[in-house]
Design a protein around this ligand. Sequence first.
Ligand code: 1GP
Length: 239
Amino acid sequence: MTIYQNIVAAKKENKKLLAILIDPDKTAIEQISDLVIKINQSPATHIFIGGSIVEQVSIDALIRELKKECQLPILIFPGHPSQISQEADGLLFLSLLSGRNPDYLIEHHINSVELLKNSVLEIIPTGYILIEGGKETAVQRVSQTLPIEKDNIELAFKTAKAGEYLGKKLIYLEAGSGAATPVPTDMITYISSNLNIPLIVGGGIRDLNTIDTIFEAGADLVVIGTAFENDSNFFTPLC
Ligand code: 1GP
């Protein structure tokens, strides 16, 4: 089965998925062996790699190091085509649907084709939707786009549904890394119950109870970045 088929199968069985996001800018290669022990003890089902712009060569090395001891599927979560690594298993091919910056809707994608056309990476078209998270986040700054207001459920839903109609295979609701507040649960519930494709939710989730709440609201896959980055024992109470 492909990574995507596994995500769809998990959704059908109501089995919740959890990705740990590793930002190569904030993670030294020397830290990986210790980090992998914690990842292997955690309930994580996927690893996402990405963040602000970094040298591709360091991502390659980081993934090779991760793969020595970790069997989880590794997906690139790119902020820029320079973050695409052939060492990964797949790529979330993100289109920032909440914004109107052509670079993040199509330009970076065109610029990625040379890297992808002969690649064996599993490419997963993903509609990426930025939701107001209580403070300006890096994705907002870098993409120069405004998030959808957190109480505008109708616009967030229509954006997600338009993504589905466009053929996106996943929708990612993003409050932004380090957001003050995660995506609101009423928005997650409305969108997940009116969408036919799996829903990823991330940004500003910093405790285990909130992970549960977001799963109960309807997320199929939750992403944890900062909380694990700050404390690699974050998942210990679950282990
Ligand atoms: C960011 O959704 C991810 O793209 C994770 O956010 O760092 O706030 O967990 P956090």
